[in-house]
Design a protein around this ligand. Sequence first.
Ligand SMILES: [Zn+2]
Length: 369
Amino acid sequence: MFFRDIIGQSKVKPVLAGLASGGRLPHAMMLLGPSGGGSLAVALAFVQFLQCEYRQPDDTEPCGECPACRKAAVFSHPDIHFSFPAVGSGVVSTDFLKEWRSFLTGNPYAGVNDWLQQLGAENKQGNITKDECNAIIKKLSLKKFEGRYKILLMWLPEYLGKEGNRLLKLVEEPPEDTVFLFVAENTELILPTLLSRCQLVRLDPLSDEEVSAALTDRLKLDPARASEIAFLAGGDFGEAIRTASSQENSHTAMFVDWLRKCWKGNAVELVQWTEGFARTGRETQKQFLLYGLHFMRELMALSATGNSTLRLKPDELATAQNMARVLDFDKISRLVEVFNDNIFHIERNANPKILMLDTSVGVNTIMKG
Ligand SMILES: [Zn+2]
């Protein structure tokens, strides 16, 4: 991966190149940026740049020609170790290397939901296990094979949970020429003790213009469609690619259908709906709730400002306008709260049937209240 292949991020690329060339490379870094903003792609270019054998002090790109670059480009450099969320007790990242390489080759802007889906584990929570931490400690205690550095690239340290404690000592006092590169989205879910040991490098979210230009350039979309999708994606290029490749957003149809049922408040219909909802995977449920939160926030903006230039598609906008007519700002704020709470609970493995039935009744009460 070259820096020049990465969408936007024009501020961060020279910073990283400078860190590598300047001889003051921190031994633990955390790239922090929103999902779909390209942090993982930046990390891939950076580790290749670090390992590049022909790299000169003034270079800003890996050469692409040397043996290290060739191996890094196909994610098989023996001194670039990958760690990422996986599913199952006792699993380690090397169990999934084949899937991981194909994931990176396919789209390094994809999110964790896409990754778990690729593992066929959409219904389960991903994590980075105790065994994976022990495997990391073991790998990094060995001598490097051939690279300039021994690198551990960990995608989403959020999934370490408290197991991150196992890595603290190593992150603080790593063996010679060892580099930890964490790629994270949400510092609130990372152990503060781990966070404080890393040099933080923040990435900006992509602008709508950057996403739109990339869609036109890479997916050959016509500019009008590209800008419409970019507008909806809110800086998430992975999401933009998903939208571009699917005819319609299934969450939209499902959400609007659910809202109508909540409004009607027919108990039998709501019970049937929640049973169907419970059968979908947990990641899908989370995405549905996140979509609900996005919709409610847009509705809040619509209610407060009357502004209709929202990140909503025409059919969503019609629903939102109808709702804004019957719901006041206070009620909408309460709905936003409900969705915030639900995301919290579903992430903590609440029973989706009970949660959503409860929510449906709650939404009906707020609407009719
Ligand atoms: Zn090279």
